[in-house]
Design a protein around this ligand. Structure first.
Ligand code: SF4
Length: 282
């Protein structure tokens, strides 16, 4: 059996986003019922980082809502990153804070952040049907900045939002052109408040997307299952690891609950999977 990578996320600033991304419960446009807060206390973030380490995560991602990396968010992420780095937990720190300029990415790097997550989300042609408040091209530009400042790029997308097969191929080819180290694949989690009402993807379709990602982005260190995994595959089903994926998010997501992490670890070990101890393990 293969070795897989686990990653945990912390939503450090939740909701009240003025953008109108149709798939996102954090947009103020949709009025979804979620937790909203402007700044998670550093102590809580540190607690979550330690818990991620206990759960054998090799990566820990500091995520904030909003279109871009504002000075306030930059300060929060930098403070959190420095505090976690000082603990020397051996976690790779990832930040995910929207559109960002190179200068701000340098600041994050100096604070201990090693990778930046910015998803293209959808194909260039389809993106305008999902979001009218910012452009796909802005997203692509930020992804270019990430490589330029020497941070690893984490870049993926969301599926099951009405896109065509052609859109999927186009999105994955665009992601490949950015040379990411990690490609998170999210599957749409329906919410009655959101304007998208597509049925959940079938497992077969999701497996095809994973295999396509592995084929079209062969140099990515990780193809990672992220939001919507449990909804598509159900509990205790890890068949995606034999279709090209080698990483997954463990614990809760941004606005939805994940599976019980302890149970997942037990299930993975019982199936014979090795759990990577560091991000660079091959
Ligand atoms: S995906 Fe990001 S930018 Fe879009 S609504 Fe959600 S938090 Fe805002």
């Amino acid at each position: 059996m293969s070795t897989i990578f686990l990653c945990a996320i912390s939503n450090i600033k939740s909701g009240a986003c003025e953008q109108d991304c149709a798939f996102c419960a954090q947009s103020i446009s949709h009025g979804a019922t979620i937790d909203r807060y402007s700044k998670k206390p550093i102590e809580t973030i540190i607690y979550e980082a330690k818990r991620a380490k206990e759960r054998h995560a090799t990566g820990f991602c500091l995520v904030s809502s909003g279109k871009s990396l504002t000075p306030k968010t930059l300060a929060l992420v930098s403070d959190a990153a420095k505090a976690i780095t000082d603990l020397d937990l051996g976690l790779k720190l990832i930040a995910c804070n929207g559109v960002a300029e190179a200068e701000d990415l340098h600041t994050l790097k100096a604070a201990g952040v090693r990778a930046y997550n910015h998803n293209l989300e959808a194909s260039e042609a389809f993106y305008p049907t999902l979001c009218s408040t910012h452009t796909w091209q802005e997203r692509y530009r930020t992804c270019k900045h990430v490589g330029e400042v020497g941070l690893d790029l984490v870049c993926g997308g969301i599926f099951g939002v009405g896109e065509s097969e052609q859109d999927r191929v186009s999105l994955l080819l665009s992601i490949a052109s950015l040379n990411p180290t990690n490609v998170p694949l999210n599957f749409f989690h329906p919410n009655p408040a959101l304007p998208i009402s597509h049925p959940t993807l079938s497992q077969e379709e999701a497996l095809e997307i994973i295999a396509l990602a592995r084929t079209l982005i062969p140099h990515a260190q990780k193809i990672m299952l992220a939001g919507g995994r449990e909804r598509v595959f159900g509990k205790g089903n890890y068949t995606f690891f034999s279709h090209g994926a080698n990483a997954m998010v463990i614990g809760d997501y941004l606005t939805t609950q994940g599976e019980d992490a302890t149970r997942e670890l037990e299930a993975l070990r019982a199936l014979g999977f090795g759990i990577a101890g560091a991000c660079k393990e091959a």
